[in-house]
Design a protein around this ligand. Structure first.
Ligand SMILES: C[S@@+](CC[C@H](N)C(=O)[O-])C[C@H]1O[C@@H](n2cnc3c(N)ncnc32)[C@H](O)[C@@H]1O
Length: 209
């Protein structure tokens, strides 16, 4: 990490960390006056997507989690560069934050190019599992959306099966075009552009029902 990144980790992180209370649940709609939607990004890598969305949608409050310290430091650098005030970061496992959010308190969740864990013996480490979808279903409001993207074929297949089998989510695609083409509101990241998977990316949008 550069000296600036270390400084931002010490100074900016405490200001931008999601202020979860010591006891009880956090209602993220209380984080900023005036309401607005609340979006949650899980595993943001270098932060290009949440920072880009925060700049594009100043009316939205974003929560964004990343466990990789260098990624977090990069994101703090972008927050500082652009003076972003509607993005809060979580530097621990996203599932820990999800457990501490109020029911139905999120409008949108992004799971973009999650760690693929390609080896068969590691697949159980993949984020998208039935118990994780139970957790998401609790915190996403009815009508809220979850976007999942990957360029790894068997994760795409596996995640789709888990989502469509879950009674809390409905796949919104009407035709192949909907899941094959990058959504208009997406902000591409450096990781995504590397195309290290084995297929062209798929984009699955689900609605909480
Ligand atoms: C393959 S990278 C993709 C990053 C980013 N979404 C993108 O598209 O550029 C996946 C990221 O998710 C993070 N991650 C994995 N599991 C996580 C978890 N449970 N909570 C928060 N971050 C997680 C990893 O540290 C990694 O940086």
């Amino acid at each position: 990490m550069s000296a600036r990144q270390i400084h931002l980790m010490e100074t900016l992180l405490p200001q931008r960390r999601v202020p979860v209370p010591d006891t009880g649940l956090l209602d993220p709609r209380d984080l900023r006056p005036g309401g607005g939607e609340v979006w949650f990004e899980i595993g943001f890598g270098g932060g290009e997507h949440p920072v880009g969305q925060a700049l594009r949608r100043p009316d939205v409050t974003l929560l964004a989690s990343e466990v990789f310290q260098e990624g977090l430091a990069k994101c703090l650098g972008l927050i500082d560069d652009h003076g972003v005030s509607n993005l809060f970061v979580w530097d621990e496992d996203a599932r820990g934050l999800a457990e501490r959010l109020c029911p139905a308190s999120l409008d949108r969740v992004f799971i973009l190019f999650p760690d693929p864990w390609p080896k068969a013996r590691h697949r159980k480490r993949r984020l998208v599992q039935p118990d994780f979808l139970d957790l998401l279903a609790r915190i996403v409001r009815p009508g809220g959306q979850v976007r999942f993207a990957t360029d790894v074929r068997d994760y795409a297949d596996e995640a789709l099966v888990h989502f469509v089998n879950h009674t809390g989510f409905k796949w919104t695609a009407q035709k192949a075009h909907n899941w094959r083409e990058r959504p208009m509101d997406h902000i591409a990241t450096r990781y995504e552009r590397k195309n290290i998977g084995d297929i062209a990316p798929v984009w699955y949008d689900f609605e909480r029902c």
